[in-house]
Design a protein around this ligand. Structure first.
Ligand code: KIV
Length: 286
């Protein structure tokens, strides 16, 4: 199957143009250089170095333990793998909540690490100030509303958000505030399709949905869900396009069989001494 891939660097302007021309925006998370390269070559518009890496890569049970050092390392790796994709880095828990100055400094470090934009969760007065100051400093910001994993303990678990007209209106108000503060797009996570459609139609910036139905301007999924590599937890909306868990397990068990049976390595997989050196070696042995 041939895939129409992009040949031009994706920017925040591409996001706006796609919304205006009703073309969908495709996003995936990515955490390492080689996967980022394949996603870029496949034509994904933008890659999010999500703090979900805490769960899918580092084995934590939430995103809370991910820190700035982690985010800079993984952002660097992903950006080195991409040519055209836009790279967005998540601001980790507590890296933007204390002061606006600290938040802007941390956002700047993610840009220096290789991101073209940062993403942060929520829309409190403080967050809106952070968004505004980042944008004034040249740092594009993607918002994140609906289910916001960094607020897991306040939300009381993995729960669908915006489940009534009133709650949908609240998310819309938050989205409009982010838009006014200068955010270039907003992720809507785990909200009913009707709510996401309503919000998307009222915003001039693109919405990127995850578990938010088909009417958002773009979609994002966690790479390890799409690739069938993360098995701890399977959200309803996470469509699986590959089964890397089985591929990896089969490869590793075949390797173990070959090592144990002595069939690895074979003659094509070893280095040899020149004949004269082998002869000398045999002499030394005597
Ligand atoms: O960290 C992440 O992967 C995310 C996506 C779920 C949007 O924030």
């Amino acid at each position: 199957m041939s895939v129409e891939t992009h040949t031009k660097k994706i920017t925040i302007n591409t996001f706006m143009k796609k919304k205006e021309s009703k073309q969908k925006i495709s996003m995936l998370t990515a955490y390492d250089c080689s996967t980022a390269k394949y996603f870029d070559e496949a034509g994904v518009d933008a890659l999010l170095v999500g703090d979900s890496l805490g769960m899918v890569i580092l084995g934590y049970d939430s995103t809370h333990k991910v820190n700035m050092t982690d985010m800079k390392v993984f952002t660097g790796a992903v950006s080195r793998g991409t040519k055209n994709c836009m790279v967005v880095a998540d601001m980790p828990f507590m890296s933007y909540h204390t002061t606006v100055e600290e938040a802007v400094k941390n956002a700047g470090e993610l840009i220096i690490a290789g991101a073209s934009a940062v993403k942060l969760e929520g829309a409190t007065e403080h967050i809106l100030n952070v968004v505004q100051r980042c944008v004034e400093s040249g740092i594009p910001v993607m918002g994140h509303l609906g289910f916001t994993p960094q607020y897991l303990n306040v939300l009381g678990g993995y729960k669908i958000q915006g489940k009534s007209a009133k709650k949908t209106e609240f998310i819309l108000t938050q989205s409009l505030k982010l838009q006014d503060a200068g955010a270039f797009s907003v992720v809507l996570e785990m909200v009913p399709e009707e709510s996401a459609k309503y919000i998307t139609e009222k915003l001039s910036i693109p919405t990127i949905g995850i578990g938010a139905g088909k009417y958002t301007d773009g979609q994002i999924l966690v790479a390890d869900d799409v690739l069938g590599k993360y098995s701890e937890f399977k959200p309803k909306f996470a469509r699986k396009y590959a089964n890397l868990a089985d591929t990896i397990k089969n490869a590793a068990s075949n390797y173990v069989l070959d090592v144990n049976s002595g069939s690895f390595p074979d003659d094509s997989e070893v280095f040899h001494l020149p004949d004269n050196e082998t002869a000398e070696l045999l002499e030394l042995k005597k």
